[in-house]
Design a protein around this ligand. Sequence first.
Ligand SMILES: Cc1cc2nc3c(=O)[nH]c(=O)nc-3n(C[C@H](O)[C@H](O)[C@H](O)COP(=O)(O)OP(=O)(O)OC[C@H]3O[C@@H](n4cnc5c(N)ncnc54)[C@H](O)[C@@H]3O)c2cc1C
Length: 478
Amino acid sequence: MTDPQNAATDPDTYDVIVLGGGAVGEVAAQFAVANSDRTAAIVENQLLGGECSYWACMPSKALLRPLEVANTARHLDGITVAGGVDATALMNRRDTWVSHYSDSSQRKWASDTGIDVVTGTGRLAGERTVTVETGDGPRTLHARHAVVVATGSTASIPDMFADVAPWTSRDATGVREVPESLIVVGGGVVACEAATWMSALGSTVTMLVRSTLLGSLDDFAGEAVAEALRDAGVEIRLGVDITEARRESVDDAGGATGVPHGGPVTVTVDGQEITAAEILVAAGRHRTVDDIGLDTVGVTDPSQVSAPEGYDGVDWLYSVGDASFGPMLTHWGKYQSRIVGQRIAAIAEGRTPPTVPADPPVPQVVFTDPEVASSGLSEKEARATYDSVTVITKPITAAAGVGLLRDDASGTAQIVVDDATRTLVGATFVGPEAGELIHAATVAIVGKVTVDDLWHAVPSYPTPAEIYLRLLEGYFGY
Ligand SMILES: Cc1cc2nc3c(=O)[nH]c(=O)nc-3n(C[C@H](O)[C@H](O)[C@H](O)COP(=O)(O)OP(=O)(O)OC[C@H]3O[C@@H](n4cnc5c(N)ncnc54)[C@H](O)[C@@H]3O)c2cc1C
């Protein structure tokens, strides 16, 4: 076996090996080698760029944005919007944003950045070692400094649906043939966003939800999205129990995505049967960490391999992104990757790694219409965490700048303040441009800015950001 410490010229030895080339793994490699002559290899067995680029964030937002803009325009006096959704054009837009499922531009980026891409399925095989099954046979790679696990996640399909070959988020984001009717199982972000675009594309959508929509957020968010989806014609059944699913004929269409997977599907819900042309199971995701050789380096519990510290004090093994047991969000995974990449670089250069705040807030945007955005803690979480909090809630249209965005604007803005420190610990917005508004809250939470200081951060009139002024007025009793 090659000695990793003495293999500077060995083509199979790199400073850093990243296992999994999704958007998150790419950033880890990039930051680990930035401004240095260090080398990195990314091991990827599908498309470089991963879920986000081809089957998740990019296609979903490419489908949703025109719908939101059209809906806004329809609700602005003075504008006439002719026609409805052009499904073919919308799907073409999606295809452009996913580069027609080609990763050539991402491979060019890697090559331009000096990062090797090893195509094949990789596994850890002992300390700082990764074996890869490539099309040309097995390769054994060695890392001088670090291995980063960035193997992502895949859609979970509960056993009950295994035999009906349901659509997953890959089919929904990659839709080619719009089913006449669609059952959506789940009430999380993917389910709500997919119900939005599938309904707009012409499918009759029924959502079957075990509890409530967007259950991890404050209740008003899910309630607003439910109301809007119902207004758009989506049937939503909350608190239901699915006991059976069956499909007479299953056809995997040669593995093609976004096309029917067979004949109609029937599910039994609270004793009643519902049939639809297709079924989308959006019931969460599981992390791809089971068969990647973590046991060969003594890891029995994959959740212990975390960013940014690495595994159990070991400075060569990290995990980032969906594989890391953190929030499953691209921007969060990329943040972890920047931290891990900087840490690897610092250790390689004999510097002290940058310090990282203990619990930075996790922002999240749900691109439904109305948009939902949150950062930090929900009211429920904050009450469970702090002795005393003050919650201020305002209609989002209390800011003229929001009202001006569309004539039917509605929604809610909420901040949660820890009474002991008088700092923001959470914010949730529902309404137009909520995703843009939330970043100011993230900055305030990270910076531990007190409400007394925020009072002097003056938003321009009449911009949506004035909602912060309304919320602070509420806090100070005006
Ligand atoms: C429909 C949908 C919409 C979403 N929208 C958003 C959004 O708007 N914003 C947001 O922040 N997040 C969104 N997400 C979440 C986001 O997609 C994920 O958090 C993100 O893609 C995770 O990136 P990753 O690089 O960790 O994993 P992945 O993108 O899953 O990449 C992992 C890569 O590793 C490869 N791999 C796995 N095992 C091996 C192996 N053994 N050998 C070689 N290669 C391997 C895989 O092929 C894959 O390319 C969405 C998710 C879904 C499903």
